[in-house]
Design a protein around this ligand. Structure first.
Ligand SMILES: [Zn+2]
Ligand SMILES: [Zn+2]
Length: 444
């Protein structure tokens, strides 16, 4: 297998950044390059890149060194090393875009950078060898202290998802650096030991009937994973089905039934992603650096009628909501994730209803930023006159729930399961094979 390059968007137009600061590495020479010039940069020095009137400017110590008409390249003059002292540090990279854990962090990134000016905002694309990118993803998603079998399972899932390329959300590059695609936070956690420990699975992918598996994953299924077609109706892969997140039967009852779901969200089933199955303190040290510690296996989100009305007025502009009257849950997927719900409200013209369709839409509408999952039941508190006073969502899990449950995979690894067992549990019927052995590769 040759060295293939991946192109990852790390600063996007939507981030609306006009100025980005970076620091060159202490080891190795870096250059600033455009069509007509090459400028060597100082080692261990801080520079600013500014988008200005259709150009890209490079600044150092309040002096503009060069003005590029797009694009500009920030490049290593020699080989790319997998070592923090030989990588660029970039300040103010936005992660968790539009989610409740959104924040800016500084990252140490291997590889080269293509920088453009898009409508007055900076766009940075990181170009780096695919295997380095994938290991960064596997270790960004969780901490490097994780059991090695979890890192291997995550690495193979990330490689398969990337090469299956089923989503193609960003034409022109392979993926962005965030949960929209796969979480990539640079070299931060990688050690030489980790790099050595995963050598034996290089090039291994998951395949199903001769095709690379579209290996989706999410943070915590809540006890049962979701079948893909309940979240993305166009996906019908036979391996993206719903499984109990356990090696024992948990419950024979359908979570698509409202009554069963009421019981389920109040239970703490003995499944792989239940944090009480492992030492809770131990678990915290395995969570990735942008994760908020919290109760996402079973959770509650509660609003007074007034708070909830104000939230919906903000989230559903153009709809004249005077007061919310209640929520009716609609159809659910096999993990209990809601696919639709109906909100009753008082409008100037009397009683009205609005339907919210799709897991993503439900999660984004019913929370100021984003709800953990759509696997919840609704509890309404009414006064003596039947007027809604408070609404509480009682739910389970974090994320869409399709494919590998990352917390469950961690639980399995801590219990001694191999990466093969973990992957076969979440992607039933798939095979682990070398990419080179695959008959109908995309690039052939
Ligand atoms: Zn993306
Ligand atoms: Zn799970």
């Amino acid at each position: 297998m040759g060295v293939s390059l991946s192109k990852i968007g790390i600063i996007l137009e939507q981030d609306q950044q006009r100025q980005v600061q970076f620091q060159t590495p202490e080891v190795g020479l870096m250059i600033w390059k455009s069509q007509d010039m090459v400028m060597p940069l100082k080692k261990g020095a801080v520079y600013d890149v500014i988008a200005e009137a259709g150009t890209i400017q490079l600044w150092h110590q309040s002096e503009c060194l060069h003005t590029n008409t797009v694009p500009a390249y920030l490049m290593h003059h020699e080989d790319i090393l997998v070592e923090p002292s030989a990588c660029v540090r970039i300040q103010n990279i936005l992660v968790g875009r539009n989610f409740h854990w959104q924040k800016y962090i500084s990252q140490i990134l291997p590889g080269n950078f293509l920088i453009t000016n898009a409508n007055g905002f900076l766009v940075w694309v990181n170009e780096l060898p695919l295997e380095i990118y994938l290991l960064c993803v596997a270790s960004s998603e969780m901490s490097p202290d994780c059991p090695i079998e979890l890192v291997k399972a995550q690495l193979i899932a990330a490689r398969s998802w990337f090469l299956a390329h089923a989503e193609n959300k960003h034409p022109g590059w392979d993926a962005c650096n965030d949960d929209c695609c796969q979480r990539y936070q640079g070299l931060g956690h990688i050690t030489q030991a980790l790099w050595n420990n995963v050598k034996d699975i290089q090039g291994l992918i998951l395949a199903y009937q001769g095709k690379i598996v579209d290996a989706r994953y999410s943070k915590c299924c809540g006890g049962r994973t979701e079948a893909s077609w309940h979240i993305w109706p166009q996906t019908k892969e036979a391996y993206l089905i719903s499984v109990w997140d356990s090696d024992q039967p948990l419950n024979e009852q359908s979570l698509q039934d409202e009554q069963n779901m009421q019981t389920w969200v109040h239970q703490a089933p003995r499944c792989f992603c239940n944090p009480d199955m492992d030492d809770a303190q131990e678990l915290i040290k395995y969570l990735g650096q942008v994760d908020v510690p919290g109760h996402y296996f079973r959770w509650q989100q509660s609003y007074s009628a007034e708070e909830f009305t104000n939230l919906l007025v903000k989230k559903l502009p153009g709809i004249a909501i005077e007061r919310v009257l209640g929520i009716t849950c609609g159809e659910r997927g096999e993990s209990g994730r809601l696919k639709q719900l109906r909100i009753a409200y008082q409008s100037p013209n009397g009683l009205q209803y609005i339907d919210i369709a799709g897991e993503y839409q439900i999660r984004s509408t019913l929370h100021p930023s984003f709800l953990y999952s759509s696997a919840f039941v609704v509890q309404e508190q009414k006064d003596a006159h039947g007027i809604l006073q408070r609404i509480t969502l009682v739910g389970s899990g974090w994320g869409h729930g399709v494919g590998m449950c990352q917390m469950g995979a961690l639980g399995m690894a801590l219990q001694g399961f191999s990466h093969q067992a973990i992957l076969h549990h979440y992607f039933p019927g798939t095979d682990l094979i070398l990419l080179d052995k695959l008959v109908n590769r995309r690039d052939k």
